[in-house]
Write a protein that binds this ligand. Structure first.
Ligand SMILES: Cc1ncc(COP(=O)(O)O)c(C=O)c1O
Length: 438
């Protein structure tokens, strides 16, 4: 494959990218191994973002690469509509094991966005299957990112992502976000203040009546809007309120799933069990697109009580693609063999200490950490929101570190296999960047 600069960069309409700026000053990756990318000029770039939160086991993981190679030569494609192949069933069982059998079933998609739309549709169809088809209202949250499908956009809470796309889904409300710099700045783990924000669900219930509400969807930790960690007790309170009112609780674990918080899922970290859970990214170590919706047994069972026939009119051509299943099965084996969760847990303290050591550097107004995630919030340049963090992103890449920025927040989420020397390198370079930032 081409490892040179492409002859032209005009035709590719790049996603979530300032195309004109990028094409004038491109950042091109040509290979990856372990904790590092290599760019087109041969420079090593330390991966502080696990690509896009999706490479827990590190790049070019030999077992996963071998599994993909083997499957592509054995079964390149097989439908899963009225057909099947063994790996899709084996993976589903293994995912139940990995979840500690807190869920009973799993539905495959190809991305986080598809997983979100699938979960929302499941919630609506579940209530209908039980004779409560009037429960159609969906509740999201401000500053949430649930992908880019119309369902996910509608329950999502990022103005910039929504504003160009018309009225979106009707019948959606939003809980307030939980970010509070005044009360909760510089926290490790869950912030102290904000459990009461979960009670806003009561206000929405009072307005619409619980009998009209299908589901609440939240990211346990919001990633894409800059690492917003739930206040102590907040998720438990949401669970209690959903139970009280017969509302399904959906956790969007597209970034928090597969070890990001040192536990199998964030649900385990916070000790709160959702009815449905969306995942993607780390599921295949980012090697092949795949998403999965985990469902409690009672949701699936409600569909199985229907008259004989197709129970859920939903699915994707590539649901349970054999190569994705092979990658996911190998990923789960690597998690077990290399004790990825145990290793992540052993790094958590060193990680948090290193991130919080940036306190006091120019422009830093907050630092928050949980698991192997960090959010470093910068004060914005007046009249130019996002410009300061974007400048940091560009300089960090030039200095050999890949970070991710959203607004004026630097969000870090390295591969979980990182060692102390990678943490030292990451924060050594990042502190230099921050010290020299305008
Ligand atoms: C919480 C969450 N949900 C959904 C998505 C969408 O996933 P995808 O980009 O695979 O569609 C993302 C992506 O970052 C995410 O962070």
């Amino acid at each position: 494959m081409n490892q040179e600069r492409p002859a032209s960069m005009s035709a590719f309409w790049m996603p979530f990218t300032n195309n004109r700026d990028f094409k004038a000053h491109p950042r091109l990756l040509v290979s990856a191994d372990g904790m590092y990318y290599k760019d087109v000029d041969g420079n090593q770039v330390l991966d502080g973002a696990a690509g896009l939160w999706c490479v827990p086991c590190g790049h070019n993981q030999p077992k996963i690469v071998a599994a993909v190679r083997e499957m592509v030569g054995q079964l390149d494609f097989a439908p899963t509509f009225q057909m099947g192949h063994p790996a899709a069933f084996d993976l589903a069982e293994k995912l139940m094991d990995y979840s500690g059998h807190k869920f009973g079933h799993v539905f495959y998609t190809n991305s986080g966005s598809e997983a979100v739309d699938t979960a929302l549709k499941m919630a609506l169809a579940y209530h209908r299957a039980r004779g409560e088809g009037q429960r159609t209202r969906l509740i999201g949250r401000e500053r949430a990112y649930h992908g880019v499908g119309f369902g996910g956009l509608s329950v999502g809470g990022i103005g910039g992502n929504r504003k160009s796309f018309g009225p979106l889904l009707p019948g959606v409300d939003h809980l307030p976000h939980t970010h509070n710099l005044e009360l909760n700045a510089y926290t490790r783990g869950e912030p102290e203040h904000g459990v009461n924000l979960a009670d806003e669900l009561e206000r929405i219930v009072a307005l619409h009546d619980a009998s009209n509400i299908a589901a609440v969807i939240v990211e346990p930790v919001s990633g894409s809007t800059g690492v917003l960690v739930p206040p102590k007790g907040y998720l438990k309170r949401l669970r209690e309120l959903c139970d009280k009112h017969g509302i399904l609780l959906i956790f969007d674990e597209v970034i928090t799933g597969f070890g990001r918080l040192t536990t199998p899922f964030a649900a385990d970290y916070f000790g709160v069990e959702p009815d449905l859970m969306t995942t993607a990214k780390g599921l295949t170590n980012g090697v092949i697109p795949m998403g999965a919706v985990f469902s409690k047994a009672h949701i699936y069972d409600a569909f199985m009580n229907a008259p004989a026939g197709i129970e859920l009119f939903h699915g994707y051509t590539y649901s349970g693609h054999p190569i994705a299943c092979a990658a996911a099965l190998a990923t789960l084996e690597v998690f077990k063999e290399q004790d990825i969760l145990g290793h992540a847990a052993s790094m958590e303290q060193y990680w948090a200490d290193a991130v919080h050591s940036l306190k006091g550097l120019p422009h830093v107004i907050d630092i928050r950490t949980i698991g192997l995630i960090a959010g470093i919030e910068l004060s914005p340049i007046a009249g130019k929101p996002g410009a300061r963090a974007f400048a940091a992103f560009k300089q960090a890449f030039a200095d050999g570190v890949l970070i991710r920025v959203t607004g004026d927040i630097i969000a870090l989420s390295p591969p979980l296999v990182l060692q102390k020397q990678h943490i030292d390198e990451l924060f050594g370079k990042l502190s230099t960047v921050l010290k020299n930032l305008d």
